[in-house]
Structures are given as structure tokens and as C-alpha cells.
Design a protein around this ligand. Structure first.
Ligand code: S3P
Length: 457
């Protein structure tokens, strides 16, 4: 093992990291498990009767925090390494109030879904997280839960939050104010324990893994188009869940990093196997195709109720595009890496409808703008938009690099700027790589195995 690899293996404790001009990036790799589906599998498994077996679970910090929270609430969870790979076994339980606050680290999905599920399971619980999670809005979850009858104390709509038990939880009829799968999911999970039928109106469709997985765990729910591109979801309270087997597909949001690296480093061709291609998750790939990317979905198949493919990307000469605001929910986590790709395209890429990026793990509009400007990108932003003017690929027109990027506790900012470094004139350094472990612990190993010159410094 070389020194860089050895450092990378020290994993979460690493601080600064850098990436240097690389290429070609070549190879085939398995995408890490989907984060959204991994959280949901643990939570639904912990609520269900019987033993749920999960294969392909993403063993990243965010998901492991959810697993720990499920244990605190009463579920039994074991990790088994069998001949066919690792299987997580979750024995569901009637949830009981945890003895200490549930600490979800950096995970917005974990904390928000578990708040809803705890309300539905009629347990009192306190919730907390790291400095980034403490800055993120929780009012969007507490508001519908309060409509259902939950009493909760918060810190001006932020963590820490303490929720009381609500024995007579009421079903609600609610229209989502923001297109957020986390809010939608929290309401649906709470609705499982409510009296009556809860109806959620989702005017803009966002990822539907909770709906799909609730059905797989035996719940009955209905989805009806609203005639204007959105839909109504109805779910009756008082339904129990039945354990099942979940095979977690690869995460299209994580696969985005090596595939983007292939698109912008000369001579590259990279395939990521077994990636989820749920239509509500692949806006990034649609946008890349519109930019002229040579990107193909191969071996398309259905696994466990979700569509999956092997995605192959080749180095491409790209051009700028206008990314419609309506596409934002289907690529909400991919804008930072899209901005890096756009800096290598000819012409302007305009991204609109990005208001939600301001309240992710960091203010992603501000981080991307500051970072790209520091490495020579032509970038501008507004309250909910980002514009990148690319000068085309190669040393002459591409990014200059040669700067230290602030990542603000944000894994996707960290990975995006490391990818930028792979195609910049000079090294790009990031101030903190530790957060990468929240979603993609094998990031350095996987990128190095494809030929990327990057690692902790
Ligand atoms: C997620 C939903 C999205 C996304 C997050 C995961 C989920 O957040 O950004 O990384 O698993 O439901 P919002 O629902 O708040 O947009």
C-alpha cells in the first residue's frame, strides 16, 4: 500500500486533502449503497414486525447514526458478514422512549425521518446533531407534526428538539410548501400512528423511496396524480408493517462524482455498476446528456421495486445548458458537482430553482460560488440561482486550481472540489475531508482505483 493509500485508509480522521491533474480515469466500480434507501430500510425495519434483512446497506456515518438511533428506540440490529456479502438484520420492536437524546450527527434525512417515525410510534424523544445539522431548519417537520397534535420544544425551529408523546395523533390534510422528500417522509411515517387518513399533496414530485418501501413492508397507500404534475398521497393510520428483504441499489448521487471526473479528464471511460435510476433521482444525468455528455445506462433492470442500471461515462466535449427549475428536486444534491462539470463546458450553464441549496449541509450556492471563483471559475449567483460560464476543457481554458477550498462541514462540497482538482492546472486542496465519510467512505479508494491522483495531505 502506498503512502497516499495508507493515509486514505485512516478515513474519517483525515483533515485536509488535495487532488491533482489526473487521467485518463479508467475502470469499472460498484457504486456505494443509496443513502436515502439505507436510512429508510433501517427505520422501516425497526418499526416492522419480524426480521428485516438488508443487503448493500451504505455503511457511512449518516446511516450508522440512524442505525444507532433505531437501537436506542428498541430495535435489535446486527451486522453479519456471510459468504454472499454483508447483511444487516433488523428485528423490529414496539419503540420505547430513548434514555438519551438521539444524536444524528450530520444527517438531515436521519433526524427528520426519525422525528416523524417517533411521533407515529408514540414515543417521546430528544434530537440533536452536529454544528451543520444544528443550523438547518426543523420547523418544516415540526409544523406538520404539531398540526397532528405533537408538542415539541425547539431552538427557534432548529435542533436540539424535544418531542412529547402524543397518544391521540390526528391525521392531516397538508400541501407541501417545499418540494422535500424528507418532509413528505416524516409526515407519512407519523401518519402510520395517526387516527384517520392522512393526505399529502406534493405539487412537485420528489424522491418516492418512502412510498415504495412502505408498500414493500405491507402498508397500503395510494398515489393519485393532481393533474398538474404533482400528486396526492393518502395513507391510513393504524397500519402495521411486515419485515421484508431490502437490497439497496447504488447511489446515483455518489456515482455522480467518479462519473463527472470521467467526463472532464481526457481519455477517460468509467462505469459505475448497479446504480439506482429512479426517474425522481436522475435529473443530473439528463442534464449531462443535454450538455453533450457521452453517458449511457446499460443493463437496465428492476431490483426490489427500484430501476437500476450500470452507468458509463466517457470524456466528452460539453456545452452549457439552461437547467430548468422544475428539474431541481430530481437532482437536488448534484448541483455542486454539476457546477464543476459546467466550468469545463463551452458556454453558460444557468441553474435555477435552487432555493433549497441554501439550507443543505452548508449554503451550497455560497460554497460553490466561493470555491469556483477561488480556482479560476467564472461564476455568479442569486438567491436561488447559480450561473457558471465554462471556457471549455484543457489547461488553456479549464480551471486554474491552486487554492484551498472551505467545505463548511459539507461532504458534497468536499468531493466536488476534489473532482475539480483532477482536471485543474494546479492542485486543489480542501480544508476538511472528514465529512466525506458521512455518505461515501470509499471515495478516496474508489477514485484512486480509477486513476485519480488525490488523497489526504
Ligand atoms: C433526501 C432528500 C433530499 C436530499 C437529501 C436526502 C431523502 O432532501 O437533499 O440528501 O433521503 O429524503 P430534501 O428532502 O430536504 O430536499
Amino acid at each position: 500500500m502506498n503512502a497516499t493509500k495508507a493515509r486514505a485508509r485512516r478515513g474519517a480522521s483525515i483533515g485536509r486533502a488535495d487532488a491533482r491533474r489526473s487521467g485518463p480515469m479508467v475502470g469499472v466500480a460498484a457504486a456505494p449503497g443509496d443513502k436515502s434507501i439505507s436510512h429508510r430500510a433501517l427505520i422501516l425495519g425497526a418499526l416492522a414486525k419480524g426480521e428485516t434483512r438488508i443487503s448493500g446497506l451504505l455503511e457511512a456515518d449518516d446511516v450508522l447514526r440512524s442505525a444507532a438511533a433505531m437501537r436506542e428506540l428498541g430495535a435489535e440490529i446486527e451486522r453479519d458478514r456471510g459468504p454472499d456479502g454483508t447483511v444487516w438484520r433488523v428485528e423490529g420492536a414496539t419503540w420505547t422512549a430513548p434514555e438519551r437524546p438521539l444524536y444524528l450527527g450530520n444527517s438531515g434525512t436521519g433526524v427528520r425521518l426519525i422525528m416523524g417515525a417517533a411521533a407515529g410510534a408514540h414515543v417521546a424523544a430528544s434530537f440533536d446533531g452536529d454544528v451543520s445539522l444544528r443550523a438547518r431548519p426543523m420547523g418544516r417537520i415540526l409544523e406538520p407534526l404539531r398540526m397532528m397534535g405533537v408538542e415539541a420544544a425547539d431552538r427557534e425551529g432548529r435542533l436540539p428538539v424535544t418531542m412529547d408523546v402524543c397518544e391521540d395523533l390526528k391525521a392531516i390534510n397538508v400541501k407541501l410548501a417545499t418540494p422535500s422528500a424528507q418532509v413528505k417522509s416524516a409526515i407519512l411515517l407519523a401518519a402510520l400512528g395517526a387516527d384517520g387518513v392522512t393526505r399529502v399533496h406534493e405539487p412537485e414530485l420528489c424522491r418516492d423511496h418512502t412510498e415504495r418501501m412502505l408498500a414493500a413492508f405491507g402498508a397500503s397507500l395510494s398515489m393519485t396524480p393532481d393533474g398538474e404534475g404533482g400528486r396526492f398521497i393518502e395513507i391510513a393510520g393504524g397500519q402495521g408493517l411486515r419485515a421484508c428483504h431490502v437490497a439497496v441499489p447504488g447511489d446515483p448521487s455518489s456515482a455522480a462524482f467518479p462519473l463527472a471526473a470521467a467526463l472532464i479528464t481526457e481519455g477517460s471511460v468509467v462505469t459505475l455498476k448497479g446504480v439506482l435510476i429512479n426517474p425522481l433521482r436522475i435529473g443530473f444525468y439528463e442534464t449531462l446528456k443535454e450538455m453533450g455528455a457521452d453517458i449511457t445506462f446499460e443493463n437496465e433492470r428492476e431490483e426490489n421495486g427500484e430501476p437500476v442500471a450500470d452507468i458509463r461515462a466517457r470524456y466528452s466535449l460539453l456545452h452549457g445548458v439552461e437547467v430548468p427549475a422544475a428539474r431541481a428536486p430530481s437532482m437536488i444534491d448534484e448541483y455542486p458537482i454539476l457546477a464543476i462539470v459546467a466550468a469545463h463546458a463551452h458556454g453558460e450553464t444557468m441553474m435555477r430553482g435552487l432555493g433549497e441549496l441554501r439550507v443543505k449541509e452548508s449554503d451550497r450556492i455560497a460554497c460553490v460560488e466561493a470555491g469556483l471563483a477561488a480556482i479560476g471559475g467564472d461564476v455568479a449567483s442569486g438567491p436561488d440561482w447559480l450561473r457558471v460560464r465554462g471556457k471549455g476543457p484543457g489547461t488553456k481554458g479549464g480551471l486554474k486550481g491552486g487554492a484551498l477550498i472551505k467545505t463548511h462541514h459539507d461532504h458534497r462540497i468536499a468531493m466536488s472540489f476534489l473532482v475539480a482538482g483532477l482536471a485543474s492546472e494546479k492542485t486543489v486542496e480542501i480544508d476538511d475531508a472528514s465529512m466525506i465519510a458521512t455518505s461515501f467512505p470509499e471515495f478516496f479508494d474508489l477514485m484512486m482505483s480509477l486513476g485519480g491522483d488525490l488523497g489526504p495531505v
